[in-house]
Design a binder for this molecule. Structure first.
Ligand code: 3PY
Ligand code: MG
Length: 258
């Protein structure tokens, strides 16, 4: 089942990977998340790093955790490298208009699906644990279900949300609350300001109307509950670097009691 199909059937919980270690990706893959955001935007992961993380995640999770690569910017080479790894999807930051969403689709989909993606997924079989998979099988299977996700995280993107979501070939949107709030003159990753709540409600409603999936970074347990209730389909709820610090602190605090 593709990432989008799974996200339509239940709320998917995910984490980000910012550490360029396949071992770390392997461990995070074992934790039980439904999906993982491999973050090339705000961590300086190379295309080679991201490819290795996609493969380690597949092994660590026994193929159960979908890898979505967040590229640094909307460029054809980033999309190509992200997807040629065999990742289940690509996430492009700061998409502000239907034109940019169309460009993302052109880069990410093969001509048979309305795009201009060039063929060469030679690293993709390593993300497919069925062992007998080859590049031709990738074309017929993984590529057809690849999630093409536009990040909407600005006022302009909010205004154009309907057109972005209606773009053919776009699987859904992922909301970056920090950047969205900054563009609205607000700070932090969450809040109850009426204009912000209205914006999130609008995304959830438009996604449902378009039959597309809508995700968001949920910065706290309370935000997770709120976003799930609003109708968001996939949530980013943790990360490798924060988990490392949190786990170390818990151990240290426990030791301090001794
Ligand atoms: C944001 O909140 O702006 C993000 O990009 C979260 O991933
Ligand atoms: Mg952002």
């Amino acid at each position: 089942m593709s990432f989008s199909e799974r996200a339509q059937s239940k709320v998917l919980l995910g984490a980000y990977l910012a550490i360029e270690s396949p071992y770390s990706a392997h461990l995070m893959g074992r934790a039980g998340f439904d999906w993982m955001l491999i973050d090339m935007e705000h961590s300086p992961l190379s295309a080679r790093d991201a490819t290795a993380l996609v493969h380690a995640l597949a092994v660590g999770s026994h193929g159960r955790c979908a890898s979505l690569v967040r590229i640094p910017a909307l460029g054809v080479e980033w999309v190509k490298w992200a997807l040629d790894s065999g990742a289940a999807g690509v996430v492009a930051p700061m998409v502000q208009s239907a034109e940019e969403a169309q460009q993302l689709v052109r880069f990410a989909r093969y001509p048979s699906a309305g795009g201009q993606r060039s063929f060469g997924p030679f690293n993709a079989p390593w993300a497919d644990l069925e062992g007998d998979s080859d590049v031709a099988k990738y074309f017929g299977k993984t590529a057809a279900g690849v999630a093409v996700i536009a990040m909407v995280e600005s006022r302009e993107g909010l205004e154009n949300a309907e057109a972005i979501l209606q773009t053919d070939g776009i699987s859904g949107v992922f909301i970056g609350p920090v950047d969205l709030r900054l563009s609205m003159g607000l700070t932090g990753a969450d809040g109850a300001e009426p204009e912000y709540v209205e914006a999130l409600t609008k995304f959830a409603r438009l996604g449902k109307a378009a039959g597309k999936v809508v995700g968001i970074f949920s910065a706290s347990p309370a935000a997770i509950q709120t976003h799930a209730r609003m109708g968001f389909n996939f949530l980013l709820v943790a990360g490798d670097s924060t988990a490392l610090v949190h786990g170390a602190k818990v151990a240290l605090d426990g030791s301090a009691q001794a």
